[in-house]
Ligand binder design. Structure first.
Ligand code: KG4
Ligand code: ZN
Length: 344
């Protein structure tokens, strides 16, 4: 029996991207718009929270209108609104959240607050409709590095997480150390293509320890110490440092993921978040999976970095389960996945 499509508008504004997307029946992306702020933050070498929220205020309604126009629907056709409620920069989150609340109220449709990491994990299910729990979820972004066990009808179970820096944060800091600019991850990856990953042997923190935790601050410090010792770097040497750093950062992720697959017996691992766009990680994890008997699922690059399609998809699942968060929904800078303050 056919039923009318359910359209959900997703809004994501947890950091420096304002994004809006329309997803049909929870799985099909009808439109996904992302407006970045690189030019706003580049002079500072990192995201300036107050400038991020001010830019979001200017962008939010235009980006949402663009998503609806691209999807070819009017706001009155929406069946629900999903918005990131945390974790993230509170000022930034509040812009998307307030817009989403007002829109849902005006339309008389349900609103759900989505956890940013539930959104990232949903991006893998969007990209690969055959992906079904149980599977492993590896979240690698600018703010998070964590490994989860994903089961049906249960909150994600944390297996391990970073004890200090996130892996994307390490990419960003190394980019700054090497003068490669902002945003750092793609810049390091580009420089690394021309370098020798075996030129320098950087540490692989916690590699010989049990458990699934990560640590990236020692790796970052090793790069900083080397750069300081060498003084001005030529282009070739800079490329070698970038490649050697990228190789160490990726090795740690591949080693932990492989160990988790062996320990749990799960044969699928979804890799999500901005660093999942990294080509070396994609290549190395696919190769490790072929050897160890697991398959790595990577969303396309546009779904790895922050976007609203993933928020709409995760929100559609919550709405289908009857979750509703009213106008009292707040924004949270910190929120554990699986037991967030608003249960999203
Ligand atoms: O998921 P995301 O867009 O935002 C957060 O939730 O943090 O991830 C952004 C992070 C940044 O640290 C960025 O440098 C990193 O992802 N990143 C990459 C690549 N593309 C983005 N890191 C390594 N290689 C890439 N190709
Ligand atoms: Zn993110």
């Amino acid at each position: 029996m056919s039923h009318p499509p359910t359209w959900v508008l997703g809004i994501e504004s947890s950091c420096d991207e304002m994004a809006a997307a329309v997803v049909r029946d929870g799985r099909e992306i009808a439109a996904s718009c992302v407006q970045g702020q690189e030019d706003v933050h580049r002079p500072y070498g990192g995201v300036v929270p107050e400038l991020a929220s001010r830019d979001h205020v200017r962008a939010v309604s235009q980006v949402a209108e663009r998503a609806l126009a691209l999807a070819g629907i009017g706001a009155e056709q929406l069946g629900g609104v999903a918005v990131t409620a945390g974790p993230g920069l509170v000022g930034s989150l509040l812009v998307g959240l307030s817009f989403g609340k007002a829109l849902a109220y005006r339309l008389g449709v349900p609103l759900v607050g989505v956890h940013h990491l539930s959104g990232h994990l949903a991006s893998a299910e969007l990209a690969d409709p055959t992906l079904r729990a149980p599977y492993l979820g590896l979240v690698v972004s600018g703010g998070h590095t964590a490994l989860y066990r994903i089961d049906a009808d249960a909150p994600p179970a944390l297996l391990g997480e970073t004890r200090d820096d996130a892996v994307g944060e390490a990419f960003d800091k190394v980019a700054a150390l090497l003068g490669l600019g902002f945003p750092g991850g793609p810049a390091v990856a580009r420089a690394a293509e021309r370098g020798d990953p075996a030129a320098f042997r950087f540490p692989r923190p916690l590699a010989d320890q049990p458990g699934f935790d990560f640590s990236y601050s020692g790796l970052k410090t090793a790069v900083a110490t080397l750069v300081e010792r060498r003084g001005a770097l030529g282009d070739a040497e800079r490329a070698d440092v970038a490649a050697s750093f990228e190789c160490a950062a990726v090795d740690v992720l591949v080693e932990r993921a492989t160990r988790a697959a062996r320990a749990t017996g799960l044969d699928r691992i979804a890799v999500v978040g901005g660093v999942a766009a990294n080509q070396r990680l994609r290549r190395e994890l696919a190769a490790a999976g072929a050897r160890a008997g697991f398959a790595a699922v990577f969303p396309p690059a546009a779904l790895c970095t922050d976007n609203a399609a993933m928020i709409a998809a995760a929100g559609a699942q919550l709405l289908a389960r009857g979750e509703r968060h009213g106008v009292a929904l707040n924004a949270y800078s910190r929120a554990p996945l699986g037991s967030s303050p608003w249960a999203g």
